[in-house]
Design a protein around this ligand. Structure first.
Ligand SMILES: C[S@@+](CC[C@H](N)C(=O)[O-])C[C@H]1O[C@@H](n2cnc3c(N)ncnc32)[C@H](O)[C@@H]1O
Ligand code: SF4
Length: 428
């Protein structure tokens, strides 16, 4: 109740909207690309070999026949966009999931070739993977496809926590896998790690933090465990009496990790990510404008956000029938675009005020100056020579805000989309 009240007041303050509702409508896309200089492409591979109980992403159990039909459908979706995008440079390609490595030998290469043939690609390729898929042969295949930034979900480094998360490997096993990937010729190896697990101790977090650094990775994304109501863990959380760490405990655990990562020379590159200096950041979510290919792919084109259906068979059927697989969309007012821009730039923990002017033609200080002054006085950020940089304290409170907003939005949007492949409306 209190959370709903804070949410609706903050939303009104930042976006001036009473409510935000996505509707079952395919936006008219013809003109939307005209005033875009460059964009990113996100490709969703919605298959996994097993379903982890905490995972909020859209995925189904991998099946080779489905992967074959999915490959054809993705290629049709690419064909649809290639005329619209024309020769605009694509400056980011991110392959996420689910588990993209399930399709390593069943369509991924064909899709990549089609992407490179259809768009003006001017970027590296970033891809997520499952640790159990990173054999020497598979790493060779991944590199041969031109994928030079690789992420894998380590998640925990104590066997009891891996067991709780239902991950199919041991701590020693996953360390060896990551070390093998690090020894290969990638520009960036990122590992995901989940902390604030039920009954996790501070010393376990400390031990895992050191082990992550010792593996020699270029980037570590450390997230606290979020419980999404529509996941298996969310559905059983009350029955199982999971002790979810309080905000203060999370803060202390994050502080332990910050100390270890900074001490090892990493710097913060987003709310959750720590990267070695000189290494290009591995990142999925902060690209300013992008199209999302595949089931559950989301696209953001300045004044519109839309989402594909969360259902592999429906996605394939739509494209086989010559229909776009877009399920719901939302037109974005200028205030909403500005609030979204601010959210994602602060998520990266630093940004230039002139980039706001470039994007919206408005002076950043005229719109947000008074809030920046207040937050600077509270020690949440520094406003220095046109650059805003969040402090660790500010980053933590951004995470609290994320807990309040994004997780609620994601739960409503993804939860509803998962239940109904073609919802008529989703109110956030
Ligand atoms: C698509 S998965 C990673 C790739 C691959 N499927 C795997 O499992 O290794 C994306 C990442 O999101 C993070 N994640 C997923 N669910 C989470 C949750 N409930 N709370 C916090 N982090 C979560 C995990 O760290 C996970 O590695
Ligand atoms: S965490 Fe990875 S393997 Fe597990 S269900 Fe999610 S995407 Fe699939």
């Amino acid at each position: 109740m209190l959370k709903d009240c804070i949410r609706s007041n903050l939303r009104r303050l930042l976006t001036k909207e009473k409510s935000i509702v996505l509707e079952r409508r395919i936006p008219f896309l013809e003109r939307r690309f005209e005033n875009i200089e460059e964009l990113g492409v996100y490709l969703h591979i919605p298959f996994c070999e097993q379903i982890c109980p905490y995972c909020p992403y859209y995925k189904e159990i991998y099946h080779p026949d489905l992967a074959e039909r999915y490959t054809k459908a993705i290629k049709s979706e690419i064909n649809f966009y290639s005329n619209l995008v024309g020769n605009k440079p694509v400056t980011s390609l991110y392959i996420g999931g689910g588990t993209p490595t399930t399709m390593l030998y069943s369509g991924l290469e064909e899709i990549l070739e089609h992407i490179f043939k259809s768009f003006n690609m001017q970027c590296d390729i970033h891809m997520e993977s499952h640790p159990n898929h990173l054999s020497s042969d598979n790493l060779k295949t991944i590199i041969s496809m031109g994928i030079n930034h690789l992420s894998t979900g380590v998640e925990a480094l104590q066997d009891r926590h891996l067991k709780f998360l239902n991950r199919p490997y041991t701590a020693e096993g996953v360390k060896a896998v990551v070390e093998r990937a690090v020894s290969k010729d990638f520009k960036c190896i990122n590992v995901d790690f989940i902390f604030a697990l039920p009954n996790q101790t501070y010393s376990e977090v400390e031990q895992a933090g050191h082990a992550l650094v010792e593996m020699g990775v270029d980037q570590i994304a450390a997230y606290p465990l979020f419980i999404f109501p529509y996941t298996r863990m969310g559905e059983t959380a009350n029955d199982n009496n999971y002790k979810i760490s309080s905000l203060l405990k999370r803060r202390k655990m994050l502080g332990i990790l910050e100390g270890i990562f900074y001490g090892a020379g990493f710097r913060r590159t987003s709310v959750w990510a720590f990267t070695k200096p000189g290494v290009p950041k591995y990142c999925s979510v902060t690209v300013p404008l992008y199209i999302g290919l595949g089931a559950s792919g989301g696209s953001y084109l300045k004044d519109v956000f839309y989402l594909n259906t969360f259902h592999v068979a429906e996605y394939i059927n739509a494209l086989e029938d010559g229909r776009m697989p877009i399920a719901v969309s939302l037109d974005l007012s200028e205030n909403m675009q500005m609030a979204g821009w601010l959210y994602w730039r602060t998520y990266e923990t630093r940004f230039m005020k002139k980039d706001f002017k470039k994007r919206f033609g408005k002076d950043f200080d005229n719109i947000y100056g008074r809030y920046v002054k207040l937050l600077s006085l509270l020690g949440f950020l520094n406003d220095d020579a046109g650059q805003i940089v969040l402090s660790d304290k500010g980053t933590y409170w951004l995470h609290v805000l994320e807990d309040l907003f994004s997780l609620d939005y994601i739960s409503k949007l993804w939860g509803n989309s998962k239940q109904n492949p073609w919802p008529t409306k989703v109110a956030l």
